[in-house]
Ligand binder design. Structure first.
Ligand SMILES: [Zn+2]
Ligand SMILES: [Zn+2]
Length: 98
């Protein structure tokens, strides 16, 4: 069971279907949402639990910047909008998946 987030910004930017958590496929890793420190891209990536890669720095596929994990405690953070680069991006839970 996982959580579906929507990212939105007052500038009009919206990104739906950011998935976090683990689906029914036990062989698959857990999905996490990341934001790039450099270009502010939102990346939905699979985390291999066996490698403990949550604590390894994962580079951005676009600019090789550092990725920060989003979601979970998202309410305590302000995130950067990939569109206008203001610190006004919010994550909202819009549903569940499995
Ligand atoms: Zn980047
Ligand atoms: Zn924006």
């Amino acid at each position: 069971m996982g959580t579906i987030y929507k990212a939105s910004c007052p500038c009009g930017f919206e990104q739906f279907k950011l998935l976090q958590g683990r689906g029914l496929d036990r062989n698959a890793g857990s999905l996490e949402i990341f934001q790039c420190e450099g270009c502010h891209a939102l990346i939905n990536g699979e985390v291999d639990q066996s490698v403990d890669s949550l604590f390894e720095p994962i580079p951005c596929p676009d600019c090789k910047g550092t990725l920060h994990r989003m979601g979970g405690d998202a309410d305590q953070h302000a995130w950067y909008c990939p569109e206008c680069h203001e610190e006004t991006l919010t994550l909202t839970i819009i549903g569940l998946w499995n």
